[in-house]
Design a protein around this ligand. Sequence first.
Ligand code: NI
Ligand code: MN
Length: 228
Amino acid sequence: MTVELQYIGHSAFYIKYNGYGILIDPFISHNPLANIDINSLKVDDILVTHGHGDHLGDAVAIAKAKGAKITAIVELASWCAKQGVKTLGVNIGGKLEFPWGEVWFYNATHSSAVPGSDDYVGVPASIVMNIDGKTIYHAGDTGLHQDMKTIGEMYFPDVALLPVGGFYTMGPKEASFAAKWLNAKKVIPMHYNTFDVIKQNEEDIKRYFDKNSSSECVFLKPSEVLNV
Ligand code: NI
Ligand code: MN
């Protein structure tokens, strides 16, 4: 069965597999890149890497509208639960079983607070997903860190979703080393060109990936689907 990975824009993705719908970091209604119609999507699970508005996004509203469950680091999950939605609070490193696959939350080197507050909502995370033998790694918001080497050795991602916008996260050069360390077959650059401060040139991004990694660099347009 196909694992369909759809880019929404920024760090937001939608995965369709075996009748299940999974959203990651669903920043949609205020996302200048997004053109997807959320009402048309079936959503069972929403995975959120950290509390920042451009990642938590519409998670609570969508969870309410669709009856979907939000999975996040415990402190963030508990904040979401207070908004009246179903949640699963998790932490770094344990295997989580979903009807559609296996998930591990791992480190990201970043920070985490919910919009409109500096209240700490746990550590920021990255996410490894194994769906039907295919491995997808969503790096979240992060600087370059060497845990990616371990993730590469353990999970061999078929696709790595890596921030490349710079300023708040890795830029193209750092992300190209992440791709190498992750042993990723394909990389999909994310978290760039959404706002002025994270503007990047796609030719520069591709040049760095070609030079420093053996990963194939795939640029997805908003709403475009990759069959993993
Ligand atoms: Ni962030
Ligand atoms: Mn961000």
